[in-house]
Design a protein around this ligand. Structure first.
Ligand SMILES: C[S@@+](CC[C@H](N)C(=O)[O-])C[C@H]1O[C@@H](n2cnc3c(N)ncnc32)[C@H](O)[C@@H]1O
Length: 393
């Protein structure tokens, strides 16, 4: 059994005094997007010169001042990252007409330049391609050449490293790394530079604070945590919003810290994290189930049995690197004053698909709630209003 802690700090990520220097292995985050209307009010409140620039019709000056405000957070990110720690920043560019001039505000380029100035190394980024079904997604002069603009249908996940590659040179860190392995076929999907999954489902009431949250999908946070951190690591989200990173960290059995300036978001975080174990275990069950389907298809296609076996779980795996992986189910998630404590139990042996039932799919399984208890959708719920605004990004 292992225990992880998940703190939420209500405050300004530009001053994360409660987070120690060099204590965070991975940052997964998405800031308010400069020059996207839904965040104007927040930026105006943080620096009146931003409002002045917008009111004066000076888009580039407003853009620069918004980023100067985010730069203070990026400096904090560098301070708290360990040597070799990774920062993943989900960001979309903005298109906007200010004082009759339509133009692109390249948020991703400006953030790359901030991290370079801070001395972090830029690693290959991921393009997250979001499908948009908006009927009026094309901007400009319709079928006439010269005045139309391509539609922004993607966002970026920028990836930076603080210093040289992380060393895994003690028995403890080597073992933690091997226990945190992911599946071969997951590696092939996760480490592609193009992610093509849906943004969100939109099922929230108009009064819900998540209407302003612009949450990213659970899958996005979960993958990044799996790709860039190990058991025992702490994951930080300085703009935690509705707590998607917190949920993914619980699912992945990593410690986490979320920082959020808007105390009104706490209710949304609580609504998602309290009682989240059954849904998270169901997600893990799906992961194992997909793996078993992959193994079956692979053996059928090649006519050759997979030679490696997971030492802990018994199922076949493709490579020696996966042999020591340990998947953990969430047994309990208990709220306390600063957040939550989660207890995790190693998943037992899974020899056949039927064994997956023991993974949290049914009542009585580890982490399962009372029979009939409804499981809120944890994985892809993003506010309609927020997303429709983002669709014009
Ligand atoms: C794009 S949203 C993040 C959504 C989050 N990824 C999720 O899945 O819910 C940005 C969040 O950062 C918060 N925020 C903005 N400026 C902040 C600051 N300086 N410090 C801490 N939080 C801030 C906003 O209130 C908002 O909830």
């Amino acid at each position: 059994m292992s225990t992880t802690t998940h703190r939420i700090i209500v405050g300004d990520a530009a001053d994360m005094g409660g987070v120690a220097d060099s204590s965070v292995a991975l940052v997964v985050t998405s800031p308010p997007y400069p020059m996207i209307g839904m965040w104007d009010e927040l930026f105006r409140a943080r620096d009146p010169r931003i409002g002045d620039a917008l009111d004066a019709g000076d888009g580039p000056a407003a853009f620069e001042r918004m980023h100067a405000d985010l730069d203070r957070v990026w400096a904090e990110v560098r301070r708290v990252l360990i040597n070799g720690g990774i920062a993943c920043v989900n960001i979309g560019d903005a298109t906007r007409t200010v004082a009759d001039r339509f133009r692109l505000y390249s948020n991703h380029a400006r953030i790359v330049s901030s991290f370079v100035d801070l001395g972090l190394d830029v690693l290959p980024a991921i393009i997250w391609r979001k499908q948009t079904n908006a009927p009026n997604k094309f901007m400009g002069s319709g079928m006439l050449p010269g005045g139309a603009y391509v539609t922004l249908e993607h966002e970026y996940i920028l990836v930076f490293r603080n210093g040289a590659r992380r060393a895994f040179d003690t028995d403890r860190t080597k073992s933690a790394r091997r226990r945190s392995a992911y599946f071969w076929e997951e590696r092939n999907r996760w480490f592609s530079d193009l992610w093509d999954f849906k943004g969100v489902r939109q099922a929230l009431a108009p009064t819900d604070p998540r209407l302003r949250s612009a949450a990213f999908p659970f899958e996005l946070a979960y993958r990044l945590i799996g790709m860039y951190s190990c058991e025992g690591d702490t994951v930080l989200d300085p703009f935690v919003g509705t707590g998607t990173t917190t949920l993914a960290a619980i699912a992945a059995a990593r410690d986490s810290i979320g920082v959020e300036i808007d105390a009104g978001m706490l209710a949304a975080v609580r609504a998602r994290v309290d009682g989240c174990a059954p849904a998270l275990n169901d997600y893990l069950r799906q992961r194992v189930s997909s793996h078993l389907e992959f193994c079956t298809a692979r053996e059928r296609e090649t006519g050759v049995q997979l030679t490696y076996r997971s030492r802990h779980h018994g199922f076949p795996v493709m490579t020696a690197q996966e042999v020591d992986m340990v998947m953990e189910v969430v047994s309990t998630v208990t709220a306390d004053d600063s957040g939550w404590t989660a207890e995790h139990d190693p998943l037992g042996r899974v020899a056949a698909p039927a064994d997956l039932i023991a993974l949290g799919a049914g009542p009585g399984a580890p982490g399962a709630g009372a029979a009939g208890q409804s499981q809120q959708s944890l994985f892809d719920d993003v506010p309609a209003a927020a997303r429709s605004e983002q669709a014009s990004r």
